[in-house]
Write a protein that binds this ligand. Structure first.
Ligand SMILES: C[S@@+](CC[C@H](N)C(=O)[O-])C[C@H]1O[C@@H](n2cnc3c(N)ncnc32)[C@H](O)[C@@H]1O
Length: 370
């Protein structure tokens, strides 16, 4: 099994480099992330063209009107560049190693790209028909026992959260949406995480990634911190199964459970991270999840939060956020946009230490009071 963990060990360690090597590192970073932006932007453009053709044969949908300003392409690109600059700065400061996100073999890339394009007409059909309950209507096996709010075609995606086919293209779909910047947004959570670990023995830190999906944060966290163990929790067995294949570390363990009913004792965890979950939850469940995070964290423990921007975080994006739930079936997103997360967490004893926007995400750290 040792060979498995080798894969996840940082190749160059967390260290500062002499100027010339640092320049080489910057060039490598720029080439890697630049090629990712190009890859996903090309997919996005091809998808737009496909959708234009498909729409000719689909029922017309009401025009979606933004309620506020919408950033232009130049502004969004500038924000992505800023995100990458912050990401590289964290690497140069030795907080985490050079990222290798989304490194797929040519064959894997081709297969995922094909699967992505095969799904585009299905998503277009659902969007035109307002069909977002297919997974509920056909739910059988483990799916029947899942909560009703969960059994939906979120984002109009095929099979919702319920199959491995959906899990295998999920990250690719999200990256097409965010122009290849998704992993860099998630990594914002590793900055406070690295600072927490500087003061601790990694081997003794108890860490949970809540709603870990296919391991979008758990994998880079275990790669960045080579002695850390992490638990990935999600309600989707198929997403966890794909995550297990991708993470391949014996320092990772997995739990299928509800975020609003965590199978951990009171005051038992040092760090809980949670990426892109809260906007997917009904307000009542959101409250229950915050209460559970507060319950399981040790006093002084950290809750690392990454999710969508909210209304007013970056006013230039408000209009874009307002159309998102209609374009991509997101039944609870509108309520999320104005949710007082600071107040919600404070009511459970989780004090917000800081928060910051990162492209289209909000990143924050909450500390459980002693
Ligand atoms: C948008 S995905 C985010 C996944 C991952 N954190 C990432 O960064 O890609 C939302 C995830 O939340 C999970 N999820 C949604 N509701 C949940 C709940 N009540 N309990 C546990 N997991 C849940 C879904 O199965 C899905 O994997």
């Amino acid at each position: 099994m040792a060979a498995v963990d080798e894969d996840i060990r940082p190749r160059e360690g967390n260290r500062k480099l002499p100027p010339l090597l640092n320049l080489a590192r910057r060039t490598r970073y720029a080439l890697h992330q630049g090629s990712r932006i190009a890859l996903y932007t090309l997919h996005s453009e091809a998808m737009r063209r496909m959708n234009r053709e498909l729409q000719k044969d689909l029922p017309e949908t009401p025009k979606v009107v933004p309620d506020g300003p919408v950033p232009g392409q130049r502004r969004m690109l500038a924000d992505i560049v800023q995100l990458f600059a912050d990401d590289l700065k964290a690497v140069e400061e030795g907080l985490y190693p050079m990222p290798s996100d989304g490194t797929m073999s040519p064959r894997e890339l081709l297969e995922t790209s094909r699967a992505f394009f095969r799904d585009v007409p299905e998503v277009a059909r659902r969007r035109a028909a307002g069909a977002h309950q297919e997974v509920n209507e056909t739910a059988e096996g483990f799916a029947e026992a899942l909560p009703r709010y969960y059994r939906q075609n979120f984002h109009f995606q095929t099979d919702g959260w319920l199959t491995e086919e959906s899990a295998r293209i999920y990250d690719f779909q999200v990256d097409v949406l965010f122009s290849g910047a998704t992993a860099a947004m998630r990594r914002r959570a590793l900055v406070p995480f690295a600072k927490i670990l500087r003061k601790k023995d990694q081997r003794r830190v108890t860490y949970l990634d809540l709603a870990c999906g296919t391991g979008g944060l758990l994998r880079p966290a275990l790669k960045a911190f080579p002695r850390l163990k992490g638990i990935g929790l999600d309600l989707s067995e198929p997403y966890l199964s794909v995550g297990r294949d991708r993470i391949r570390s014996r320092r990772a363990s997995y739990v299928t459970a509800l975020a609003e009913n965590l199978p951990f004792s009171d005051n038992s965890l040092d760090v809980v991270s949670c990426v892109f979950l809260f906007h997917e939850l009904p307000p009542k469940i959101r409250r229950a999840v915050v209460a559970e995070v507060a319950r399981v964290l040790k006093p002084g423990g950290s809750f690392l939060f990454v999710d969508s921007l909210q209304t007013g975080d970056v006013p230039d994006y408000d209009g874009l956020l307002s159309v998102f739930p209609q374009l991509f079936h997101e039944p609870y997103y509108t309520s999320y946009l104005t949710e007082d997360l600071t107040g919600l967490c404070a009511a459970q004893g989780l004090e917000e230490r800081w928060r910051t926007p990162a492209f289209v995400s909000r990143v924050a750290e909450f500390i459980k009071s002693d």
